[in-house]
Design a protein around this ligand. Structure first.
Ligand SMILES: CC(C)(COP(=O)(O)OP(=O)(O)OC[C@H]1O[C@@H](n2cnc3c(N)ncnc32)[C@H](O)[C@@H]1OP(=O)(O)O)[C@@H](O)C(=O)NCCC(=O)NCCS
Length: 280
């Protein structure tokens, strides 16, 4: 994504859109103004390195100019599924590209993307720019009910496709084998977490969309959707090493809840309480 060194703007459109206005100030901070479809706004500033003036065809590098880059936040559509699977893999190693880790490129998406798009598309939103869908937020308003639906409607076909590796000690399993084991014997969310924070989510952006307020815009839209369905809170699990994501969630208002039991990577649960009119 290219930005002018004077001003850039990311606009979104459609029914559930948010509009994100970003302008570069004299101190090299970017002013971020987010307006949701209800017309309310929230602002913020972030440090951003000023780039030298760019030269494009017919445009002098010294000439003041404005570029507009359209990023749309919209509900998922059935033909987004391949993009969701690609993004899940491209961010599947604690936020980094996991493509080199897996022989089967669909395993990560089978767990973290596909079932949400298929079973609860009303709580799945994507971010799309001129290069296509580059990010998503997926989740379920009612985690315990979703896990019950997974058992009935999602895992059976995959279990027929993938043989288990239960006989292989965990430490000796390959990444593919660990994912297959998670498909065959998924862990249920602890009831203390799911009762207090009934909804859960996963959010992933390709590198080109990170750091420009798109994550915050997706989170706003998703939390509004689960709030509207009556949820009183949302949770997620993230690797303790994914410091970027933890900073993002903490800046948004999530708080650490507890260590994830049996986690090899030291994952943590984070939660946010919801009021009827949004995050509290
Ligand atoms: C984590 C992620 C979703 C954040 O989305 P993002 O669009 O990059 O974040 P935003 O630009 O919306 O930032 C929102 C806030 O988070 C904070 N934040 C985000 N990235 C940060 C960073 N690297 N350092 C410090 N704060 C950061 C900022 O304070 C920002 O607040 P502001 O809007 O008031 O300035 C995105 O970077 C991502 O997809 N990463 C890779 C995949 C991943 O790790 N997913 C999470 C798995 S659990």
């Amino acid at each position: 994504m290219e930005f002018s060194n004077e001003l850039f703007e990311i606009c979104t459109c459609r029914r559930f859109a948010v509009k994100i206005d970003l302008s570069l100030e004299a101190d090299n901070n970017v002013r971020v103004q987010v307006a949701n479809s209800a017309g309310t706004t929230r602002g913020g500033r972030r440090a951003m390195q000023r780039r030298p003036a760019q030269t494009a065809a017919g445009v002098s590098g010294n000439r003041r100019r404005i570029e507009r880059c359209m990023i749309e936040i919209r509900p998922v559509q059935s033909d987004d599924l391949d993009a969701l699977y690609r993004i899940a893999l491209a961010t599947g190693d604690g936020g980094a590209d996991a493509a080199a880790l897996y022989r089967d490129p669909k395993l990560v998406g089978h767990i973290y993307a596909g079932p949400y798009a298929k079973l609860c598309p009303e709580t799945v939103f994507v971010a799309q720019d001129t290069d296509g869908v580059g990010g998503y937020i997926v989740g379920a308003a009612n985690t315990l009910a979703f896990e019950t639906r997974l058992e009935a409607e999602w895992w059976p076909d995959l279990r027929a496709e993938y043989a288990d590796y239960a006989d292989t000690p965990h430490a000796e399993r390959t990444p593919d084998q660990r994912r297959v084991h998670a498909i065959r014997q998924p862990r249920r969310t602890p009831s203390e977490i799911a009762n207090a924070y009934p909804s859960h989510l996963h959010i992933n952006l390709l590198p080109r969309l990170r750091g420009h307020g798109v994550g915050r815009a997706l989170m706003d839209r998703w939390l509004a959707a689960v709030s509207e369905s009556g949820s009183t809170g949302a949770h997620l699990a993230t690797g303790a090493a994914n410091t970027r994501a933890i900073r993002f969630y903490t800046a948004y208002g999530f708080r650490a809840l507890a260590l994830v039991p049996h986690s090899v990577s030291g994952a943590v649960w984070l939660g946010i309480a919801l009021r009827r009119d949004g995050p509290g």
